[in-house]
Ligand binder design. Structure first.
Ligand SMILES: NC(=O)c1ccc[n+]([C@@H]2O[C@H](COP(=O)([O-])OP(=O)(O)OC[C@H]3O[C@@H](n4cnc5c(N)ncnc54)[C@H](O)[C@@H]3O)[C@@H](O)[C@H]2O)c1
Length: 284
């Protein structure tokens, strides 16, 4: 793979780039729709002259998104929205082979993370892409300095939209925001099936528990909760749903789950997953 000219970066180790490149190619083979958009972007260059700052999971899939935006003519800088998901080899490959400014190190601390967010904003982006609204909220907090050239933002998460709607309610949201999380494909496919699989995958990897024979309590039966419940049941667990919305509680019952208040479920569950969008749903 040819080297690009190396941009400013903060990554763990550029020597990891070949492994990252292999990972990016593998992901690309699973992403045919993005590949087609990339072809069209390369021909039409709809993003020419745009600088984009992206704060996303720094993974092979995101690397292919970045390549697509660049094919459209954009200059892209990337930092990590979640230090624990950063793939250091992918970060290295983006810097070394694609010449992308990346500031992401797996398990970086909060101060480093905040510095990376500010570095990207210092590049005066025209567009932000967020997974949790940190770029856009930080831009607003920096007394408007980073807001100057901003023409819009994209937000990928339900939680990020809550933060941005708060700004909108106060009349201080400075640019239009595309609520990616409300796209039907995002809700029905990513939130339900993607999160369902990855949440169960994470629990199994971390705990090495055989789900069959255990009782999994899912608190919140929205898009993500439905996916988690379905995957847990598929792995053989008995599933209990706790849900405050009566219609969704009824949907869960109709789908064959036991539905009950959290105190009753607390006595029965072995594993608890909260997918409500709120904190402290599960307390002592
Ligand atoms: N990591 C990911 O890729 C990913 C993807 C999608 C969603 N999420 C996160 O999962 C969470 C849920 O997202 P969603 O899209 O399913 O939201 P949603 O609004 O569709 O569902 C949330 C559900 O929780 C219920 N609820 C709220 N408070 C409750 C409580 N105290 N007890 C029981 N039920 C309660 C609501 O009635 C609602 O049905 C959010 O935090 C979101 O950011 C993460």
């Amino acid at each position: 793979m040819a080297r690009a000219s190396i941009p400013p970066h903060e990554v763990a180790d550029l020597a990891l780039a070949p492994e990252g490149e292999a990972r990016i190619r593998w992901a690309d083979e699973q992403m045919p729709v993005l590949a087609r958009i990339r072809e069209r972007f390369a021909a039409q260059r709809p993003l020419a002259q745009l600088t984009i700052a992206a704060c996303l999971h720094v993974t092979a899939e995101t690397a292919n998104l970045v390549a697509t935006l660049r094919a459209g003519g954009a200059t892209v800088a990337l930092c990590s929205a979640n230090p624990l998901s950063t793939q250091d080899d992918v970060a290295a490959a983006l810097v070394l082979y694609q010449g992308v400014e990346v500031r992401a190190i797996r398990a970086e601390d909060l101060d480093t993370y905040a510095r990376h967010v500010r570095s990207l904003l210092a590049g005066a982006p025209h567009v932000t892409i967020d997974d949790g609204a940190d770029l856009l909220v930080t831009a607003h907090e920096s007394a408007g300095a980073a807001l100057g050239g901003l023409i819009g933002g994209l937000e990928e998460t339900a939680t990020g939209l809550v933060r941005l709607r708060r700004l909108e309610d106060h009349g201080t949201l400075a640019c239009p925001v595309l609520a990616v999380n409300e796209a039907r494909t995002e809700r029905a496919l990513n939130d339900r099936h993607g999160t369902g699989q990855s949440a169960i995958d994470g629990i199994v990897r971390a705990s090495h528990v055989l789900l069959a024979g255990h009782t999994v309590v899912v608190l919140g039966y929205g898009w993500a909760g439905q996916g988690v419940a379905e995957r847990a049941r598929g792995a053989g667990a008995a599933v209990i749903v706790v849900e405050v919305d009566p219609l969704r509680a009824l949907e869960a019952r109709m789908a064959g789950y036991e539905v009950m208040p959290s105190l009753a479920a607390a006595e029965r569950g072995d594993i608890f997953v909260t997918v409500t969008g709120s904190r402290r749903v599960l307390r002592g």
